[in-house]
Write a protein that binds this ligand. Structure first.
Ligand code: ADP
Ligand code: MG
Length: 615
């Protein structure tokens, strides 16, 4: 019946009692098909539900076979507790679950499933069968469910554990079937789910095939790092740093990658709560904040993190796929997570290895290929700007300059990277400035190239941020205010922010309709450039009018640090170079600039030997 028919007639003011739709209780099959829409979106959701059931049943070995991206077949075989005749008979019935009995149980859910709707939903939209035998029982049982129609339970021989097959997903719901994507896309999603589950469950083996070919294979004995190695490679696995922190009964554990592994997508960000893979906003934001300033804008850090906590402190029953959660003490948890993650990230090796640049250069050469090999050796990488300055190598020995000494007040625990750098005979090593932009320094086992502007900016920024965190930024008042001509709109943009900007040490006020007056700037800035800075702030606010609070102040300080730092193109004396590098050592990270670009690239001996084909 046309559902709009009734409404049409009423809007036309027809009084006669229409042939109206009566409320009816939906029959079980339709109900399950509707429910299925929430739980079962695509083959990956079937995989998730079936594997979670196997895990809930205590399985130690799980096998998954997929065909055509899981659309044609998802088969999950486990060695868990199994089901008896009665369980098998109920498994496909909606709201039949062995995991939840009372409403109160919802307050402390420890199992992955609990609503008893997954199998009923899947059974409504596919051709399914269960074959299961309880550990210790003499015989197994079989039942089938096709498009919601349940078969009789029959006796059948079976190994202990459960085998569930789901064939021809959505065969009876063409509208939903049409929404499925290409086989490779659906397979990708299935594998993503399986990867997450297999990382969340150490001690369980996973064996996955697709169209008969092995797609994933993880042994029970493999720990998290070994699993990451199997799934994502040795390069990443070897560089991961462990996180292990506690706050009362809440424990955060897992592995975080150095910032340089960050990528364009978030497929290598995994969060687990009590063994459940989740994609929760709070957790993702904690990860982002933990890496803030180390990772280049919009790149996604790589981390595999588990939270174990009192099930009473987290509500997993807020989302049909149980991927979003709600925390009882969100603020406290958030602070704990950001701090713990940040501490671990700071101990990763943040240097940018020259080896990677060699690889990238190598790949590029291969792509551009077949240029005749003319010179004596292939260039490793080209310094930008090198055309602009005609002195490619300048070494100067000049008297110490006090300019650098002013802000040596930066104090923080030295990071591992800093400690490494410190051990590399800093004072004696010769320094070379290349193209007035890069500093070249010999290390015991290679050399490094430092971007002078990026490093100085980071140092200045961290010092300013430290002042901001401690209270107020120290201000240098200008004897004569600097007047900056801007648009009328810009004056109205800045005026209401004066008080806020003052917290960042920027004293700026309207001075007529189209003029801003700068009265003071952070004292730490070595060569403040008020007009440039004010225009930067205007641009910042124009781009994001809602920018406020800490975010705004951080951005302002960053701009201030950028404008006041040595630039690419500034010639530096040897002492200035030394002082700059020396001060970098005291930072939490002197390896990246504020936005996560590297401040330095390190070439180890091994890289050099590779470049010169010595090995
Ligand atoms: P839920 O997991 O929310 O309880 P499901 O519909 O996924 O609901 O499963 C229904 C019930 O079927 C489970 O509670 C469990 O008792 C049983 N079951 C499902 N899969 C398995 C399995 N692999 N091994 C043992 N029991 C299972
Ligand atoms: Mg379940």
């Amino acid at each position: 019946m046309d559902p709009y028919a009734v409404r049409d007639r009423t809007t036309k003011g027809v009084n006669a009692q229409p042939d109206r739709a009566r409320i009816r209780v939906l029959d079980e099959r339709v109900k399950n098909q509707i429910a299925a829409g929430e739980v079962v979106e695509r083959p990956a959701s079937v995989v998730k539900e079936l594997v979670e059931n196997a895990l809930d049943a205590g399985a130690r070995a799980i096998e998954v076979d997929l065909e055509e991206g899981g659309v044609r077949l998802v088969r999950v075989v486990d060695d868990g507790g199994g089901m008896d005749r009665e369980d098998v008979a109920l498994a496909f019935i909606a709201h039949a679950t062995s995991k939840l009995h009372e409403v109160e149980d919802l307050d402390h859910i420890a199992s992955l499933g609990f609503r008893g709707e997954a199998l009923a939903s899947i059974g409504a939209v596919a051709r399914c069968s269960i074959l299961s035998r309880r550990q210790g029982d003499a015989t197994g049982w079989r039942v089938a469910c096709e498009g919601g129609a349940l078969s009789e339970v029959g006796e059948a021989g079976a190994p202990a554990g459960t085998r569930i097959e789901v064939r021809d997903l959505f065969y009876n719901v063409p509208a939903r079937r049409r929404f499925l994507k290409q086989t490779s896309t659906e397979l990708g999603r299935c594998l993503d789910v399986l990867q997450r589950l297999c990382l969340a469950h150490e001690g369980v083996s996973f064996r996955v095939t697709h169209d008969g070919k092995r797609a994933l294979d993880v042994e029970a004995s493999m720990d998290l790092r070994a699993r990451v190695r199997r799934l994502f490679g040795a390069d990443l696995a070897g560089e991961l740093v462990e996180v292990d922190a506690r706050d009362g009964a809440t424990r955060l554990s897992g592995l975080v990658a150095p910032p340089r592994f960050a990528r364009g997508d978030s497929t290598r960000q995994m969060w687990f709560i009590n063994g459940r893979a989740v994609r929760d906003k709070v957790l993702l934001r904690a990860l982002k904040d933990g890496y803030h300033g180390f990772v280049f804008d919009h790149r996604q850090p790589v981390a595999f993190l588990s939270l174990s906590m009192d099930p009473g402190l987290v509500d997993v029953n807020v989302h049909p796929q149980k991927s979003d959660v709600r925390f009882r003490e969100e603020r406290r948890l958030f602070g704990f997570l950001v701090n713990s993650i940040r501490k671990a990230v700071a101990t990763t090796d943040m240097s940018t290895p020259g080896a990677r640049l060699l690889e990238i250069a190598g790949q590029r050469e291969q792509r551009e290929a077949v240029l005749p090999f003319r010179g004596g050796f292939a260039p490793v990488s080209r310094a930008p700007n090198s055309g602009a300055h005609s002195e490619p190598f300048v070494v100067r020995e000049v008297a110490p300059s006090p300019a650098w000494e002013r802000d040596q007040r930066v104090a923080a625990e030295p990071s591992i990277g800093a400690q490494l750098a410190a051990s590399a005979a800093l004072s004696g090593a010769p320094l070379v400035q290349v193209a007035r932009t890069y500093l070249l320094r010999a290390l015991e086992d290679g050399f490094e190239i430092v971007d002078q502007h990026a490093l100085h900016e980071r140092i200045t920024f961290e010092a300013l941020r430290g002042e901001l965190a401690r209270g107020e930024v120290e201000v240098q008042r200008l004897l004569v205010p600097e007047l900056v001509e801007v648009d009328r709109a810009h004056v109205t943009l800045i005026a209401p922010r004066s008080a806020e900007l003052a917290r960042a040490g920027v004293l700026v006020e309207p001075f007529g309709d189209t003029t801003l007056a700068v009265h003071g700037l952070p004292a730490r800035l070595q060569r403040p450039r008020p007009a440039l800075l004010v225009r930067d702030i205007v641009a910042l606010l124009e781009e994001d009018k809602a920018l406020a609070g800490e975010k705004l102040l951080e951005e302002v300080l960053h701009r201030a640090a950028c404008r006041a730092s040595v630039m690419a193109g500034d010639a530096l004396t040897a002492d200035e170079m030394r002082s700059l590098l020396d001060r970098g050592r005291h930072l939490e990270s002197d390896q990246t600039c504020v936005h996560g670009r590297p401040t330095r690239v390190r070439f180890a001996l091994a890289d050099l030997e590779r470049a010169f084909h010595r090995r």
